[in-house]
Design a protein around this ligand. Sequence first.
Ligand code: DAK
Length: 263
Amino acid sequence: MAYTSIALTCENGIATLTFNRPKALNALNATLLEEFTDALAGISKDQAIRVLILTGAGEKAFVAGADITEIATLSPLGAKQFARRGQEAIGALQGLAIPAIAAVNGYALGGGCEMALACDFIYASDTAMFGLPEINLGIIPGFGGTQRLPRLVGANRAKEMIFTGKHLSAAEAKEIGLVNKIFPPAELLAAAAETAKLIAGKGRASLCAAKQSVDQGLNADLTTGLAIERDAFALCLASPDAKEGTGAFLEKRKPVFTGDLNS
Ligand code: DAK
């Protein structure tokens, strides 16, 4: 599929997916959502890719939410199709086995904030703004914002954001734990790429197992979570990457993880 509303590059185990409708502040329309889902399907199948960076084109926005122009004109059937496309897109991101970093370079509002929340962690430029303004449109977040935000920052802070629809600056977002690190705009992508490079040097099997263990464990009680971790650990230890990692330590050399699941 040729992309018009996103851009995708894959290099050295790192996929960088850029929301690419800068004139509309990268708002999520049907075309973008379809392309996004298609790109993530390709990324999922590519065993060479170990980490994804999500960012937005232009200097103003990561994603300013769902495309309000498109939503406002939808027929009931069109709305159903839009919702299906949206759910497929966010489902593909949520289901991604490899780590995903959101590099938020401007407005991350509504569905845009929720896209960032569905990543594993968020780096932001000091110009970034976060918010769930759906309440101002008479709706509520539909891409998991009412679920992921409270898990990340606590119910009280999430409710304040959702009930008021107010924007948070990058500094405020960092203060409540929504953002891991803040950078000057010109340094954001390089910083995300540096962390992605560090991650891409690890074994794919252990990265996926660690992500799955954290995510599934968060939705379970501690005993169940520890059982999930135990199973994931056992599977990891049987992988070629674990043999390479432990062997390299004992041989006092740097490990080279191939991520080859078949050998
Ligand atoms: N949709 C469409 N166009 C948008 C847009 C959006 N969300 N946000 C900005 N734009 C467009 C503007 O219309 C303008 O276009 P032109 O007039 O130049 O043609 C251009 O981008 C530049 O925007 P502004 O002129 O407004 O720029 P400002 O700097 O003055 O303001 C702003 C920036 C981000 C504060 C402002 O644009 C703004 O408030 N934008 C809307 C934010 C928002 O309310 N986002 C939508 C939240 S609702 C679902 C799942 C999820 C969702 C829905 C359904 N299902 C599964 C069913 C998600 C819903 C949402 O995201």
